[in-house]
Design a protein around this ligand. Structure first.
Ligand SMILES: Nc1ncnc2c1ncn2[C@@H]1O[C@H](COP(=O)(O)OP(=O)(O)OP(=O)(O)O)[C@@H](O)[C@H]1O
Length: 326
């Protein structure tokens, strides 16, 4: 291959690299003596559903606010849809739907009237589409029945649904939801899950912060775990779960014999509901099976155990002197 064609190939590869929907570099926010966010390098691929996880006070909301240009970083950079924030807010934000704390609806207007006001303020909304878009958004979040009641009388969950409806008024490239299931009943939580699934299917990138690990595990393709203002893990959910605490589950009637022989060989194991869980730290599955078989243990089945998000989260955030501000 000539050097010219090599250069062409490299240029082509660089041009083909997709721009992340959101990216931060060295993001930091300090409030007085509190470092709310520190050295955060976040990368949210286009089309991903990224779950932002972290204990209370770990910096999720502050990071989201900086992404949206609502809070100016002390230092570091934010790019949203390939453009710097907050400088490009005017161009970028019409393509971004956001549910963040305190959406500021008018208490004496109905839900429908409030959403009409939001819709008329949307630069990309054609005035002839407002009526239909508002009804559709109300329907999607399950608020149609209460649409003509005053916002003031809405419950916390209904107010949360209104915020979500405002984020969904238009097709967006990116939707950012800060704790969208806060205050919602189980039906509301299921609806949020459904909405996230629909957004994902339509190719919209979603960033969602949550305390509900099961929700994140069920809805997200990627996760970023924050701890004390810093990202301690991020990437594809499946890959992170594969990498976390490798173990195999062994089905055997000879549990005690198995535990004894593994212990004698320096291998960690414990009996759990679904079988004998053997840690693969410093050992391999074939070696474990050999030890068991040579000790006379009847091995009926062996399968790899994937760590749950809850285990991974605990490993990452319950460090030594973890003084989390719960
Ligand atoms: N406006 C502010 N002024 C002073 N301190 C702030 C401000 N906003 C956030 N903080 C502090 O920054 C840290 C991170 O807060 P943040 O709200 O980003 O965390 P979080 O992960 O969203 O928490 P939670 O899960 O409780 O909502 C906390 O110590 C918080 O007290």
């Amino acid at each position: 291959m000539t050097s010219a064609s090599l250069v062409e190939q490299e240029v082509g590869a660089a041009a083909a690299a997709p721009t992340p929907a959101a990216r931060t570099r060295g993001l930091r926010k300090v409030y007085g003596s509190t470092v709310a966010v520190d050295r955060v390098d976040l990368e949210v691929p286009e089309g991903a559903v990224l779950g932002m996880l972290g204990p209370n006070g770990s910096g999720k909301t502050t990071t989201i606010r900086m992404l949206l240009g609502l809070v100016r970083p002390t230092s570091g950079e934010v790019e949203l849809l390939g453009r710097p924030m907050p400088e490009s807010a005017g161009i970028t934000l019409p393509h971004v739907g956001a549910l963040v704390e305190g959406p500021g609806f008018h208490p004496f207007l109905s839900g429908r009237e409030n959403l009409r006001r939001c819709a008329s303020a949307e630069p990309l909304m054609a005035s002839g589409s407002i009526r239909g878009a508002v009804s559709e958004a109300l329907e999607r979040v399950g608020l149609s029945h209460a649409a003509d009641r005053r916002y003031r009388g809405y419950s916390l969950g209904m107010k949360q649904r209104m915020g979500l409806a405002a984020a969904l008024l238009l097709p967006r490239k990116l939707v950012v939801l800060d704790e969208p299931t806060n205050g919602l009943d189980p039906a509301g939580t299921r609806e949020v899950r459904k909405v996230i699934g629909e957004l994902h299917a339509a190719g919209t990138t979603v960033i969602v912060s949550s305390h509900l690990l099961a929700e994140v595990e069920a809805t997200c393709t990627h996760v970023a775990v924050l701890h004390r203002g810093s990202v301690v893990a991020q990437g594809e959910l499946d890959e992170l779960l594969e990498a976390g605490s490798p173990a195999v589950v062994v089905s055997t009637p000879d549990v005690q014999l198995a535990l004894d022989s593994l212990r004698d060989n320096g291998i960690g194991a414990r009996s759990e509901q679904d079988g004998l869980v053997v840690d693969l730290v410093g050992t391999t599955a074939p070696y474990v099976v050999r030890v068991l078989v040579e000790s006379g243990v009847a091995v009926h089945e062996v399968h790899r155990r994937r760590a749950g998000l809850e285990d991974l989260f605990a490993q990452l955030t319950e460090s030594e002197e973890s003084g989390d501000q719960e």
